[in-house]
Design a binder for this molecule. Sequence first.
Ligand SMILES: Nc1ncnc2c1ncn2[C@@H]1O[C@H](COP(=O)(O)OP(=O)(O)OP(=O)(O)O)[C@@H](O)[C@H]1O
Length: 267
Amino acid sequence: MLDHLTDARTAGGTARTADAPLIEARGLCKAYTRRAVVLDGVDLRVEAGERVALIGSNGSGKSTLLKSLIGLHPISGGELSCFGEPVGPEASRAQRLRMRRQTGFVFQKHCLVRRRSVLSNVIHGLFGEAGSWRAFCHSLAPEDWRARAMDALDAVDLADKAMLRADTLSGGQQQRVAVARALVRKPRLLIADEPAASLDPVSGRNVMELFSTLCREQEITLIYTSHDMAHATAYADRVVALKGGRVHFDRPAEKVTRANLQDVFDG
Ligand SMILES: Nc1ncnc2c1ncn2[C@@H]1O[C@H](COP(=O)(O)OP(=O)(O)OP(=O)(O)O)[C@@H](O)[C@H]1O
């Protein structure tokens, strides 16, 4: 089964031209073990500025695909390029770091540091920049970092909560802080893995609306996973469905039908 997983491109090579897609995967395969082939020949092209929803049943490989696209998981086969650079199964640490620096992340669990202020949590998004140990505490951070973090908090409408402890905010507000933390570094790509899954319907819609709007305004490419079909179709330009380790369909959000969705989740 793994025979076709051996032709992965190695890291390095020449950078693509400026009009190349932000991400391009051809025949992408990912196996955690010889028996656990999760992605089995995924083709995916994401243009800069697009908003893409990834859907599929539990275990269909959505999170694995998200992480593989940006080098958090090494791929097992196929061809992948991200930010114009080929990404092989053994991407160097330097390349992975380069990709991470251009990417913001938001997860279902927002992973804020509960005892720290909202502002400190957003400044933590600047970890990885020069002198980033100072991002640990907002009072040690340079003034321009604090200003950037305040701008990000303003964008998610939480500037007035900057000095509160993170764990005094509601779940929806904390997720908006996580959005600000992801955007403070002005990433080219935002990856969001079930960002609204732990929120009530209204907070979930608010967070999705926020993502979608900020990404469009700031020309950030967005790829998110969701089990909520209304979220998948309302906030994305395109919906990509995974089934059996392959792309089952890839179509504009407005053309996705109820039957298409049913088909994805039927055994
Ligand atoms: N680190 C890992 N090591 C081994 N197997 C893994 C690992 N991560 C995920 N898997 C397996 O890969 C498969 C796909 O998991 P993944 O989390 O990518 O699916 P998903 O579509 O995001 O699922 P869900 O909707 O439940 O979040 C599952 O069978 C899972 O057990």
